[in-house]
Every structure is written in C-alpha cells, then in structure tokens.
Design a protein around this ligand. Structure first.
Ligand code: GLC
Length: 748
C-alpha cells in the first residue's frame, strides 16, 4: 500500500514538472535542444531586439533581450587574469573592492612549459575566476605568432611555432569553457605587431597564412571548440580583419564550420555593410563617426545599430545575415549566461595560487648554467651572502601592459621570493637598485602603490651595486623589460632589441666585480645579450604573475628543477630575424592614405625555420632549456619504413635521466622533407612530450604521425599536400640539439 502511495506521489511530481516545463516557452526550457530554443527565441524577437544583440551597450557588455528574460552578455579581459570592473562607459576603474584577482603567468610562460596539462590547469583556474565574477566571455587567449621580437604584445601569446601554439591553446579553451565561460581567441588574424595596429594592411601568401598564421586559430575552433573569436585591428588584403570576407566567412565559418560568434576588437569595426556581409557578429568599442574616441560612445550609432536598422527598414537588406548573427549570439548566451549546468567558480582560491606557481615553476627556462652555478645551495658551515640587483626585482609587473593589466590580491616580487627562500638556507640577502627604469605604477586607475622614484644617477647606482657585489657570494641581477610603453605593452612596439635603461652597463660592471653572476631576464620577448659569455647563470623568467617571486626562487634555490623550453628563438641581433631581414617591418606608408602596407616577405620562414634554413645560429634556439639533471635521448626507431597517404608511422625513442636528481625533459619531434618541389623549412615541429624521470629512469616516448605531419599547403590547389619520397624524423630536446634521426618513405 505504502509503495503504491509513493508511486502515485512520484507520478504526481513528474506530471507537475512536465506541466511546468510545458508551460515554459521553449527558449526557456532547459530540457529542450539548444537549437530549438534558439529558433523559438528568434521567432519572438522584434527587429529592434535583434539589432540590440549585435552591439555593445557599455564598455564590456552587450544587451540581451530584457522583455524575454534573455540576459546580457558580460565580457572581461584578459588572458592572464580577470580585469577589475570599469565604469559603464569608461576604461577607468569602477572602484569596486571585491574584484581583485589572481594573476597567472603570461601565456609565453605557459607555452614555455610545453605541457598541455598546464594549459588545462590554467584554463580551468582562470575560468573559475571569470565565472565567479559572473563574466560570460573571457577575452583571451591570444595566439598570434611571434614574428618579430619587437612586438609589444608577444608576452600575451604562445610563441613562434604554429604546432606548439595549437597544442597549447586547446586545453586552455576547454578548461575555461568547462566553467560555462566562453573563450574569445584573439586576434584573428595577422596581428603580429602593435606598431600601427589599426592601420597596417598585411599581405601574405596563402601558403604562409595556412602553414604559419592560421593553425593555432584553426585548432582553437575545430579542436578547442571556442565559442567566440576576436577579430584583429589590422587589415588583410585591404579589408579590416573584424569584417573580412576571406578570414571570417570563407575560412572561419565555411572551411572550419565555426558555430560561435565573431566579436570585434574594441574599435575594430569601420563599415556597416562590410560588418553585415563579412562575418562580424558582435560589435564592441566602436568610436563611431561624429564621435571621438573616449567620449560617451552612443551605442545606437554603432555600425551594427541604427545604420543597420535603416538598411532593413528601407528594404535595401533582408534579415538573413541578421538572423544568422542573432543565432550565433543566442547560442553563446545559451552556452554561458543561460547555461543551467555551469558551476559557480571561485576567486583568489589557494588552488589558483598553486596553479599560478606551478605553471611559473614549469615555464621558467634555464638558458645557461656554466659551472653549475645554479641552483644556489647551502654550503656546509657557511651562510651564502646574496646580492640582488635590478629594478625588476622589486617592480610590480601585473599593473600595465595594456588590456591584460590587472588588480591583483597579491604579487610576490622576485626580491621577496628570493628573501624568503634564502632564509631557509640561512643565506643573507642585500639589494641594490642597479638602474632606474619605469617608475610609473598606474594603469587605467589601478596603481601598484609602489614609489620607485630614485634621483641617483646611473653612475651612482652602478657604483653602489658594484661595491656591494664585491662582498657577495652570489649576485642575482633581475632585469629585462617591463609593461610600460615601448616595452612589453599593448599599443606600441619596442624601439630596440637591446635591454633598456643601460642594463647592459650594469651587467658588464657586475660581471667584473663578481664572477658568480646570475641574470634573471623578466620579459615576454627575446632581448640582446652582448654579455652572455660573461654571465654563468641566465634564467628566462617571463611575467609570472602573483607568484612570480616564489617561482623564481623555486628555480634559483633548486626547490624546482627547471624544465621550461623557449617557445621562440633569441636571435643574436635583430637582423638575424626574418621579419627584419626581409619582411618590411614595420610597414610602408601608403601615400595620401592612413594605411601602412606590410608584406610578410619572409613567408613560412618564421623563427627557427628562418635560422635553420638560412643557417643563422641564434643566441638561444627555439625549444632550448637546461635542467639541473642531465638526459640522454637514445636511438629512434620506426615501426615501418614506408607509409602511404592514408596510414601513419610510429616513431619511438628512449629518454633517460642520466643525472642524480629527478627532472623533466621535453622530447621534441621535428619532420624534414629534404626533397620537395617547393621550398620547405629544414625541419618543422610536429610532436613533443614532456616526461618526468627519476634518476636513472628510462622511458620510451612514441609519436604517431600521419600525412598531416608531412604536408605543406599548396595554394594553387588550396589543398594540403605531401609529396612521395624520403622524410626524416628528428628527435631532440631543442631545435638545435637533435639526438637521433630516422628516415622513412612516403610511397606514391
Ligand atoms: C584591446 C585589445 C583586446 C582587448 C580589448 C578590450 O584594444 O586589443 O585584446 O581584449 O581591447 O580591452
């Protein structure tokens, strides 16, 4: 009897739910397929409401459909952490007190881990922070290829190689979107410099476009499933990338079947008809005609606002394009703001700080370690005396740099990190400024709170550092670039490949005063190192975010065995770089027009592809990174000597930790096509795996490669092609350290 009662009760509940659901309009019924919900919502919307979806209503939000209960879309920068709230229509701060965040390491550091698991951890963590802050779109990550060491925004991107960037961006996207927050992969495409970023018209051959500049974006769409993409500021083939027929309609939406929304960069929209016809879906940040930049941006004057309504009401246009844009934006809303299954996120949690530190620990690259000066260890009976020199040892790096600037809950400086780690081994730490660089500590109203002013002359500062260096057991110079204009900063490129602020003079002077000199280069770009042979220890330390000082100290004192590898080459001098040797950087001004034409003449020979093929030895090579232990990569073997277009080959190589402490090595697979009817780079990265090994341990690493890894893009046929003949698989732990090579044949 009792069971019968329960059954009746259960049926009653199910009936009530069913009735309630059926009383809901389809678009609000979470039980219905999203595509049905989109069509239902669209059918209920007025023309005004549809147009309202297509453009911003404030600096970082766009309208939903209030009448139907469809929520607004809130976007936020940036790739390394969640930007503090700004005023409705301003770049400046809203002055909230609940929007401090964790700053994760810059994406160059993430790329330098060569570890997709770190990307997944990164994406999940930053996605939790965005979700907690109720943001639906994270304006990142950036995957523009590192073409010139002068590009002010390289620190936000994932290096010079399309395969590495593609492998590393996919898990980041999945991690973020697992929180019900969309990524907005940027800046699509060919935004490889900041100089004249709004007015540079890029010309590049199709083969280079498809082999170098598109792969990371393609992976983001076809493997990562990113829900939005951001159009770039620059022009390509004389059309702005934010409304570019070839990039957006032909490639992104047709070839790659992208079902998400294309969002303009802020101020990247310039024409209503092009925006309608050439694939733009959501317009942000326009400085519309008749309005100057920064004034109240009359959102109804946006290109996809009143001008669009006028075209439809006049009968000049139908609503085909409009409905497609609305479908994409509604799909974005259903995936995010109206997604009933998304978690709640978290902000400034211990796990986020741990993630930031782990990624920093794994991304730091040990460039040079002559005489094994590193790690600094406690010698028996003595207390090492350490002198830290340099502005970058104390300067906050999370403020500045452009839209990725953050208001952090905390940032551990290199000096603080070194001090606390040194205490554990009984070492003493002194500090000398060494040089004065950028004393500003404010960006868009966020201040670092530091007063770095120092009226002493360069001579006095060097003299002080040298005097103190003479009495130290170790000198750690922490320098590099910073986040101010013409350094690693959005909106401007570097003016020189050299270190700024006379740092070379400081390093040279210190190298004479104390041979136990370690240089920690904090930067998002390669820099010239004329003193490289005089400095036994060199660390590439990136912008590491909230846990910067702890990660740097972890490596310096050996708590962590460094395993990072360079995601881009360090040319000896600027002219050793393809874009500067051949490429027309920064572009040539078109007469009587505010347009700079730039042809990427170096073509596919970007980064190590240029160094290898032109036989120009770099200062430090793509993929380079040392360890405190040693590894041996043995002889590679293949499971077959011949393959056809449709099958694959497995290449296996043993890697052994031949040292006495645990460590991780990145085994890199490069493919060479020595005989081909077209010019191909000497070799190209087509696989990598990071393996953690105990002392004496050997692991066999296998790579299975198919026709994709052997192909080049043939622009005449618009197809990927691999020509029959011999191929070589080259295995090593850097692009300039190949340990083993095996050949195989691709049959006709
Ligand atoms: C900026 C940047 C872009 C950023 C956007 C919003 O100009 O180019 O990366 O997400 O505007 O701040």
């Amino acid at each position: 009897m009792k069971n019968l009662g329960l059954i009746v009760f259960g049926i009653g509940i199910m009936w009530a739910n069913a009735m309630q659901a059926s009383s809901l309009p389809v678009y609000l019924d979470n039980g219905r397929p999203v595509e049905e919900r989109i069509e239902d919502a669209l059918s209920r919307m007025t023309l005004q409401e549809k147009i309202g979806l297509l453009h911003a209503q404030s600096k970082f939000s766009s309208r939903g459909v209030p009448r139907l209960g469809i929520p607004e879309l809130w976007t936020t920068d940036g790739p390394h952490g969640i930007r503090p709230e700004v005023l409705w229509d301003e770049w400046n701060q809203a002055g909230w007190s609940n929007d401090s965040c964790v700053a994760f390491p810059a994406l160059t550091c993430l790329a330098a881990t060569w570890n997709p698991a770190m990307s997944s951890l990164y994406g999940h963590s930053i996605g939790e922070e965005a979700r907690y802050r109720n943001k639906s779109v994270l304006l990142g990550p950036g995957v523009n290829i590192y073409r010139t060491p002068l590009n002010g925004r390289n620190f936000e991107y994932m290096g010079e190689d399309p395969y590495l960037a593609a492998r590393m961006v996919v898990p980041y996207i999945k991690g973020v979107q697992s929180n019900g927050v969309a990524t907005c992969v940027k800046h699509y495409a060919l935004n490889n410099q900041e100089y004249n970023r709004h007015t540079t018209n890029v010309t590049v051959d199709d083969r280079t476009l498809y082999e170098i500049y598109l792969p990371a974006f393609k992976a983001a769409v076809t493997e990562g499933g990113t829900w939005t993409i951001m159009g770039a500021y620059n022009l390509y083939n004389n059309e702005h990338a934010c409304h570019n027929q070839k990039l957006l309609n032909d490639i992104l939406k047709k070839e790659w079947q992208f079902d998400g929304a294309v969002i303009s960069d802020w101020g990247g929209t310039h024409d209503t008809m092009q925006a309608i016809k050439n694939g733009l879906d959501l317009e942000f940040g326009s400085w519309t005609n008749g309005l100057s930049e920064g004034s109240k941006n009359a959102y109804d004057s946006y290109y996809l606002a009143d001008p669009y309504i006028k075209l439809i009401n006049s009968g000049a246009l139908g609503t085909t394009e409009l409905d497609d844009k609305c479908r994409r934006i509604l799909r974005l809303i259903f995936r995010t703001a109206m997604n009933p299954n998304r978690p709640f996120g978290s902000l400034c949690s211990d796990s986020h700080y741990e993630a930031a530190r782990r990624i920093g620990d794994e991304g730091i690259v040990l460039l040079r370690n002559e005489g094994e000066i590193l790690p600094i260890k406690k010698a028996e009976g003595t207390a090492p005396r350490i002198l830290v020199v340099g502005e970058n040892a104390i300067k906050m790096m999370t403020v500045g740099g452009g839209s990725s600037s953050l208001k952090v809950q905390r940032e551990v400086s290199p000096l603080d990190g070194i001090r606390s780690a040194a205490k554990e081994i009984g070492a003493t730490v002194e500090y000398a400024r060494g040089y004065v660089g950028d004393v500003n500590g404010e960006y868009n109203g966020v201040t670092s709170g530091q007063n770095l002013k120092d009226s002493r002359s360069a001579k006095e500062l060097i003299a002080e550092a040298v005097n103190m260096a003479r009495d130290a057991d170790y000198v750690i110079f922490v320098g590099g670039l910073n986040k101010s204009n013409h350094q690693d900063c959005e909106g401007s490129d570097r003016k020189s490949y050299s270190l700024p602020y006379h740092q070379n003079d400081v390093i040279e002077a210190l190298s004479k005063a104390n041979r136990n000199l370690i240089v920690v280069n904090v930067s998002g770009n390669a820099v010239e190192m004329p003193w490289v042979k005089k400095v036994p220890g060199i660390i590439q330390a990136w912008y590491l975010g909230s846990e910067a000082g702890n990660s740097i100290a972890d490596v310096i004192f050996g708590k962590v065995n460094p395993s990072g590898k360079l995601p881009f080459s360090f040319p000896l001098s600027l002219n050793d770089n393809g874009a500067h040797s051949m490429g027309q950087y920064p572009g040539i001004k078109r007469n009587k027009e505010n347009v700079w034409d730039e042809e990427y003449r170096e073509g596919i020979l970007v980064g190590y592809r240029w160094h290898d093929t032109k036989r120009i030895k770099p200062l430090f090579a793509f993929g380079h990174g040392l360890s405190y232990t040693s590894f041996m990569i043995g002889d590679a073997s293949v499971d077959k000597k011949e393959i056809t277009q449709s099958d694959s080959i497995t290449i296996t190589v043993p890697v052994t930790n031949t040292g006495v402490i645990p460590g991780a090595e990145v085994v890199q697979l490069y493919i060479a096509d020595p005989v081909c009817s077209v010019t191909r780079p000497t070799k190209e990265l087509k696989g990598f795996e990071k393996v953690y090994l105990q002392p004496g341990e050997t692991r066999h690493v296998s790579f299975t490669v198919g026709i994709d890894a052997l192909s080049y893009f043939d622009s005449d046929s618009h197809q990927w092609k691999a020509e029959p003949g011999e191929f070589k698989a080259m295995l090593g732990n850097s692009s300039d350290k190949i340990a083993s090579t095996v050949s195989f044949v691709l049959k006709k």
